[in-house]
Design a protein around this ligand. Structure first.
Ligand code: C2E
Ligand code: MG
Ligand code: MG
Ligand code: MG
Length: 290
């Protein structure tokens, strides 16, 4: 342990830090342009009824394909958008794209509710409810066709404010889901106060249901507990990240009502989803006619 090696280490961290800083600033600059020029688009992942296997609704997931860097995942750009305040413009754009999509699908005979993700910063943003109200009216869509997903930690950050905002959203007929449930640390007292419709069980628990995980029985029991908690609060449960038939079977047996994941469908572009729903509708019609 020498002063010199300390100095070297410091230099190393400083270089590394400034590299990260440069990269972050670059992403921020590019993201600003991408939002302004509407270079973001949405993918849609079906949410499936666990018993019938039918598509109940879809979740809108933001995608960003940068011409130079290629595709940048939301786990990278959403936190940067939150730190820099760009999240408001991003969410505004997502709300518009979601409503436009509802209109476009409706015009081709498809009506499927869309869930969109909002960040903790959006909940704190005093214009959110009013903005969304204006957008809904502009596009002429019903609040019943929309759902908002907020993470557990976001909803718990300022419970008084969350209760107020989520209540106002529900007055539009919008459903509310708590995303990534079980990952943050919820106060059960607060959870019962929050005006929500669904709990989305975090994919961490779902992924560890496979018997090759030492703690798979613990995860099994945690999910069982979440489902019974949801039942006693009159909420529905949605499991995210279902990848295997085994996970699907366990979740179904535990009474989880809905599921999402690659076992059913990957997130997909709007036109592909439209084809899927049209095929589903044709199949249903054929079954009825038989
Ligand atoms: P989330 O809302 O929890 O979304 C679920 C994530 O799981 C998505 O990642 C989805 O593609 C992924 N996923 C779907 N099926 C499976 C599966 O079977 N296994 C696994 N391991 N993962 C699966 P994605 O699209 O990369 O989004 C990541 C996160 O970024 C989202 O997590 C959400 O928190 C955030 N996000 C995405 N779009 C938006 C947006 O428009 N606004 C905001 N505020 N956040 C967004
Ligand atoms: Mg979500
Ligand atoms: Mg989630
Ligand atoms: Mg997540």
């Amino acid at each position: 342990y020498s002063a010199k090696s300390d100095r070297n280490r410091f230099q190393f961290f400083r270089r590394k830090f400034s590299q990260q800083e440069t990269k972050r600033r670059l992403v921020e600059k590019k993201l600003k342009v991408a939002i302004a020029e509407r270079h973001l688009h949405l993918f849609f992942q079906p949410r499936v009824d666990m018993n019938s296997g039918k598509i109940h609704s879809v979740e809108a997931l933001c995608r960003w394909d940068d011409p130079e860097t290629g595709s940048i995942p939301p786990n990278i750009f959403i936190p940067i958008a939150e730190e820099t305040g760009l999240i408001h413009e991003l969410s505004q754009l997502v709300m518009q794209m979601v409503c436009q999509q509802l209109v476009d699908w409706h015009n081709t005979g498809i009506d499927v509710p869309i869930a969109l993700n909002l960040s903790v910063k959006d909940l704190k943003y005093f214009d959110l409810v009013q903005n969304l109200g204006v957008i809904i009216n502009q596009y002429g869509v019903s609040g019943k066709m929309l759902e908002i997903e907020v993470t557990e930690s976001a909803a718990m950050t300022d419970v008084v404010n969350s209760v107020k905002v989520l209540n106002q959203l529900q007055e539009f007929g919008i459903k509310v889901s708590i995303d990534d449930f079980g990952k943050g640390y919820s106060s059960l007292a607060y959870l019962s106060q929050l005006p929500v419709d669904n709990l989305k069980i975090d994919k961490y628990f779902v992924s560890r249901l496979s018997p090759n995980f030492k703690d798979h029985m613990i995860n099994h029991n945690i999910i069982k507990t979440i489902v019974s908690l949801a039942q006693s609060l009159n909420l529905k449960t949605v499991a995210e990240g279902i990848e295997t038939p085994n996970q699907y079977n366990i979740l179904k047996a535990l009474g989880c009502q809905m599921g999402q994941g690659m076992f059913f469908y990957h997130p997909m572009p709007a036109d592909q989803l439209a084809k899927l729903l049209q095929r589903e509708a044709r199949l249903a019609k054929n079954t009825v006619n038989q």
